[in-house]
Design a protein around this ligand. Structure first.
Ligand SMILES: *Cc1c(COP(=O)(O)O)cnc(C)c1O
Length: 440
C-alpha cells in the first residue's frame, strides 16, 4: 500500500499516551504509524515493527492538500532550516521555538567545473550537507528524533552509529538538555570519536562491526538497563527517518520548486534514499512541484556493497556482507532498507553502483579541486559513482543531476592524508623557493 494513499485515507488521528507522561502525543501532521508491508496502522508510539507481520513502521500524515500556493508561501516565510517544512514533518507546530540545532537549508552548489570534468551538460548540482551543525546529514534525522523523544517523555537519547550519528546525537542532546549515551564500533576514525565525545555525553565503543553494535542496542531496548532511552535509529526510527525527506524538499525548493531529473544518493542502511523518494512523492502529492519522472541512483563503496550486488544480480533480497572499506559512515553490511532501495532504483529507472576505495579517494580530490568542497568518504562514493554511471551510459549527462555530499572531509582525514600534503618544504628564502620549481 502506498504511503501517500495511506496518508490520504487517514481519518481521525489516534492519540496515544507515552510512558511517563499523560499528555496526548503532539507530532504535528503525523497521525499514525503505518506498516510498510501490510499497511496496518498503529497509534503514534516508540515502536518500529508491525505486530502483525513484523514489517517496518513509518509515519503516516494528514498531508496539507488542496492549497499548494498557501503551503508554498508558508514554507518560504519559514526559518532557514528544516523547520520551514514543519507542516510535512512529525514535529509539533512550534518546533522552531524550542532549543534545537535547527539543521538544514544547506547549499545546493551549481557545480559547473565538476560538470565540465564529467561531461555533464544538463546542469550538475552538489547538495552539500557538510554545512550542518555537526557536519553531516545526520543532524536532519536526529532533530526529528529529538522531538519524538520529547513527545514520548524519554530523558536519555541514544543510538547505534557508524560515526556521524553519534556526534549528531551528542550535540542535539546537549542543546535539548537531555542525557546521551551512544554506541559505536571501537575502531572508528578519531575525528568521529572525538566529535561524539566532546558534547559531554557517554560514548561506548563496542568490539565488533556496526551490525554487532546495532544488535546490541536492540537487546538493550528490551532490557531494564535501557529503560526510558530513546534510540533515535531503533525505537524512534519511524520519526528519525522522516528527517531525510527534507533533503528532497530543499533540493526542489532550491531548484525553484522543480524536480531534478536524476539524484545520486549514498546508501548505508538505505533509509535516506527511501525517504528522499518519499519526500519527492509528497511534493508532487501536495502540488508543490509539477509531476515528472525522476531517477534515483544509489551509491555504495565496493568494500560494503550488498545493495549494489543485489541490484546487479537482479535479486530482490539483499545478502549481508562483512564491511571492509574506508567509507565507514556507509559501512552497514546488513542494510535494513536494502530491499526498498532496490524497488525504488528499479521503479524510477535508476541503478545502484559501487566504487573502490582508491576511486573514492580520487573522487574526494576531484570534488575538492573542481568545486572547493572537501567531502568525507561518503561524498567520494557519490561523486565516484556518478562518474562511473556516466561512463557506463546509465546516467544521462544531458539531464539535471543532483549529487549528495553528506559529510565533511575533516572527519575522514585518514582517507586522503597519505596522498595529500605540502607540495614542498623550503627554507625561508627566495632561492630555496625557486629551487622548488613553483615560481611563476
Ligand atoms: C548515515 C549516513 C548516510 C546514509 O545513511 P542511511 O542509513 O542510508 O540513511 C550517508 N552519508 C553519511 C555521511 C552518513 O553518515
Amino acid at each position: 500500500m502506498s504511503v501517500l494513499a495511506a496518508a490520504a485515507s487517514t481519518g481521525t488521528s489516534t492519540s496515544d499516551t507515552s510512558p511517563g507522561t499523560s499528555t496526548p502525543v503532539d507530532l504535528g501532521p503525523a497521525s499514525a504509524l503505518s506498516c510498510r508491508e501490510c499497511g496496518e496502522r498503529f497509534p503514534l508510539a516508540p515502536a518500529f515493527a508491525c505486530t502483525s507481520c513484523f514489517g517496518p513502521l513509518e509515519a503516516a500524515y494528514d498531508l496539507p492538500l488542496g492549497d499548494p500556493e498557501g503551503l508554498r508561501r508558508r514554507i518560504e516565510a519559514g526559518p532557514p532550516s528544516i523547520w520551514r517544512y514543519a507542516p510535512l514533518l512529525p514535529v509539533p507546530a512550534d518546533v522552531a521555538d524550542k532549543p534545537n540545532l535547527a539543521p538544514g537549508w544547506t547549499q545546493l552548489v551549481k557545480a559547473d567545473r565538476l560538470a565540465a570534468e564529467l561531461g555533464v551538460t544538463g546542469g550538475l548540482y552538489v547538495k552539500d550537507d557538510s554545512g550542518n551543525p555537526t557536519h553531516s546529514f545526520k543532524d536532519r534525522v536526529v532533530a526529528n528524533a529529538v522531538e519524538a523523544a520529547r513527545a514520548f517523555g524519554f530523558t536519555t537519547l541514544s543510538c547505534s552509529s557508524t560515526g556521524n550519528l553519534a556526534g549528531a546525537v551528542g550535540a542535539a542532546a546537549a542543546r535539548a538538555g537531555l542525557r546521551s549515551c551512544v554506541f559505536i564500533p571501537h575502531d572508528l576514525e578519531q575525528g568521529k570519536v572525538v566529535m561524539a565525545a566532546v558534547y559531554g555525553g557517554d560514548v561506548v565503543g563496542i568490539e565488533g562491526t556496526y551490525d554487532d553494535v546495532n544488535r546490541f542496542c536492540s537487546e538493550l531496548i528490551g532490557d531494564p538497563a535501557g529503560e526510558g532511552w530513546g534510540f533515535v535509529n531503533v525505537n524512534l526510527r519511524p520519526y528519525y527517518a522522516e528527517g531525510s525527506k527534507t533533503l528532497a524538499y530543499e533540493i526542489c525548493e532550491q531548484l525553484g520548486w522543480r524536480l531534478p531529473d536524476q539524484l545520486v544518493v549514498p546508501i548505508a542502511s538505505g533509509s535516506q534514499l527511501t525517504k528522499i523518494d518519499k519526500g519527492l512523492r509528497e511534493l508532487i502529492a501536495t502540488g508543490l512541484v509539477e509531476e515528472k519522472p525522476y531517477k534515483i541512483f544509489g551509491a555504495q563503496a565496493a568494500g560494503c556493497s550488498p545493495v549494489s550486488q543485489a541490484f546487479k544480480a537482479g535479486h530482490e533480497v539483499v545478502r549481508p556482507v562483512r564491511p571492509d572499506t574506508i567509507a565507514k559512515s556507509l559501512a552497514i553490511g546488513n542494510p535494513a532498507d536494502g530491499p526498498y532501495v532496490l524497488d525504488i532504483a528499479r521503479r524510477t529507472g535508476g541503478a545502484v553502483e559501487d566504487v573502490s576505495d582508491p576511486e573514492i579517494v580520487d573522487a574526494i580530490k576531484l570534488l575538492a579541486r573542481t568545486e572547493g568542497i572537501f567531502a568525507e568518504t561518503a561524498g567520494g562514493v557519490t561523486v565516484g559513482v556518478t562518474r562511473k554511471l556516466i561512463e557506463a551510459g546509465a546516467l544521462d549527462p544531458s539531464l539535471t543531476t543532483v549529487v549528495l555530499n553528506t559529510g565533511d572531509g575533516l572527519k575522514t582525514l585518514d582517507a586522503v592524508a597519505p596522498t595529500t600534503g605540502p607540495t614542498a618544504i623550503i627554507r625561508p628564502n627566495l632561492d630555496s623557493f625557486r629551487e622548488a620549481g613553483l615560481a611563476s
